[in-house]
Structure formats: structure tokens, C-alpha cells
Write a protein that binds this ligand. Structure first.
Ligand code: C5P
Length: 249
């Protein structure tokens, strides 16, 4: 299973993304050659709504053609039939990981899985379907006041993860702070995909609770999602290698 670093490519266009990846892979192939390390020169990348809505499916095709694994972070949430049909389309693209909101319920998640597997029928490596539990932008107070959910946040996250497991999903997006609890509730094979990672604790941008890659590893995160510490680094290839070494070795 997993234990991989996913680079969040939060760029505005294909051009910007290609520019970044060219820089990353060109410099990295030199780093790999001289250091004799076995880190993939085609990193796992995450594409979000902004880039996908701006560029459409061609961004996924371009990344797959270049040999990257792709996490398509579109967070689907609609009635089961609509989500099933949409997931079928995404499955046909050959994405490696895709997600939805657990708040859509177990029936919606089951339909999503069915659709995704139909779409990916020709693929030997099936895509992973991951649920977003509670957005980190929604805190406990907002849940109580606006959404009228009166349970503690960690209980809601755990229940949503259990629902996702019951629906046959592969795992959840969560904070690394929640990864151990989720593994306890849902088993070690249930994947945790964790954003909010920083190489140093004082550079957290807008992330409120952060962990370093080695802390996330110790906290039993299966995948970490890292954006600006790599995409905004002066030397992104070196930053990626550092994150990989801290998380995987
Ligand atoms: O740049 P940074 O490392 O903060 O990027 C983290 C990525 O993970 C972004 O693409 C962000 O949208 C995503 N994400 C997050 N927190 C969540 C879910 C997704 O930071 N709860």
C-alpha cells in the first residue's frame, strides 16, 4: 500500500503546470543520477478543481502521458445516480485516485464506487476512491451553529470514515493528527491521505495544524499531500527529495 508523497499542483493552467513539472523532472533526473536514490522521477500529483475546471480532461491526459500518477481532487457530492455516472467518466480517464464528500451518505458512496469501477474496467490497477470527511475549513463551532451537527468533530470524522469503509471506499482525506484514530476505527488497510504538511513548523501559510513529513509518517499517514513547500520552493526537486526521504525512508 501507499506510503507516497502527492504533490498538490495548484496552478492556474496547463502551461504553468508543465513548466513546474519540467523543472522538477529535469533537475531531478540529475539528482537521481548522481545520488543513486530510487525515488520516482515521475511524482504522484494532485489536480484540484481550479485547474480541472480551467483546462478540462486534457490536463489528466497530459499528466498520464508523461507517466505521472494522478489524484483528481474534485470532491463530488450529488444524488447517487449523478455521482455514479460522473465517476464512470473519471474512471475512463485512468486516474489513480479520486474523491467525494462522505457527507453525501453511504448510498451515494456505493454508487460512486460502482460507477468508478465500471469506468476503470479496462485498467489493471484500479483507482482508489477516497472520501473527504469534514473540511478543515469547517470547525466544530460552525458545525454546531450552521450545520446543526452537535457531535464533537472527531466523532463526526470517525463516523464518516466508518461510513466510507462500509460503502467499500479505500480511505479518507484527513489531517495526519486524525490518521491513527481512523486506522484504529477502520483498520490499517484503510488509506489515510493527509494534507497540512510542512518541512519546517514555522512556514505554515494558511494551514492551521501542520506536521512535518517524518511526524506524519510516525502518525501512520499513508499518503501525504504537499503543495507549496515543493511548488513554492526555490529548488523544488531538492524539496521533493527531502520530503520523500523524510516520509518514506
Ligand atoms: O500548499 P499546501 O501544502 O497547503 O497544499 C495542500 C493541498 O491539500 C491543497 O491542494 C489543498 O487544497 C489540499 N487540502 C488541504 N486540506 C484539506 C483538504 C485538501 O490542504 N482538508
Amino acid at each position: 500500500m501507499g506510503k507516497d508523497v502527492i504533490i498538490a499542483c495548484d496552478f492556474a493552467s496547463v502551461d504553468e503546470t508543465v513548466k513546474f513539472l519540467d523543472k522538477l523532472t529535469k533537475i531531478r533526473s540529475e539528482v537521481v543520477a548522481c545520488d543513486d536514490i530510487t525515488i520516482s522521477s515521475r511524482p504522484f500529483v494532485k489536480i484540484g478543481m481550479e485547474l480541472y475546471y480551467a483546462e478540462g480532461p486534457k490536463i489528466v491526459k497530459m499528466l498520464k502521458d508523461r507517466g505521472h500518477k494522478v489524484f483528481l481532487d474534485l470532491k463530488l457530492h450529488d444524488i447517487p445516480n449523478t455521482v455514479k455516472k460522473s465517476m464512470q467518466v473519471l474512471g475512463e480517464y485512468g486516474v489513480d485516485m479520486v474523491n467525494l464528500h462522505a457527507a453525501g451518505g453511504i448510498e451515494m458512496m456505493k454508487a460512486a464506487k460502482e460507477g468508478l469501477m465500471l469506468g476503470a474496467a479496462r485498467l489493471a490497477d484500479k483507482p482508489k476512491l477516497i472520501a473527504v470527511t469534514q473540511l478543515t475549513s469547517t470547525d466544530e463551532e460552525t458545525m454546531h451553529r450552521e450545520l446543526l451537527i452537535d457531535k464533537p468533530l472527531n466523532e463526526v470524522v470517525r463516523q464518516y470514515a466508518l461510513n466510507a469503509k462500509e460503502a467499500g471506499l479505500d480511505g479518507v482525506v484527513c489531517s495526519a493528527f486524525e490518521a491513527e484514530d481512523i486506522h484504529k476505527a477502520c483498520g490499517d488497510g484503510f488509506v489515510t491521505v493527509c494534507p497540512g504538511i510542512r518541512l519546517v513548523k514555522d512556514g505554515s501559510d494558511d494551514q492551521k495544524r501542520v506536521m512535518t513529513p517524518d511526524e506524519a509518517k510516525a502518525a501512520s499517514a499513508d499518503y501525504i499531500v504537499v503543495g507549496r513547500p515543493i511548488t513554492g520552493a526555490e529548488k523544488p526537486a531538492e524539496a521533493y527529495d527531502e520530503v520523500m526521504k523524510m516520509f518514506r525512508y
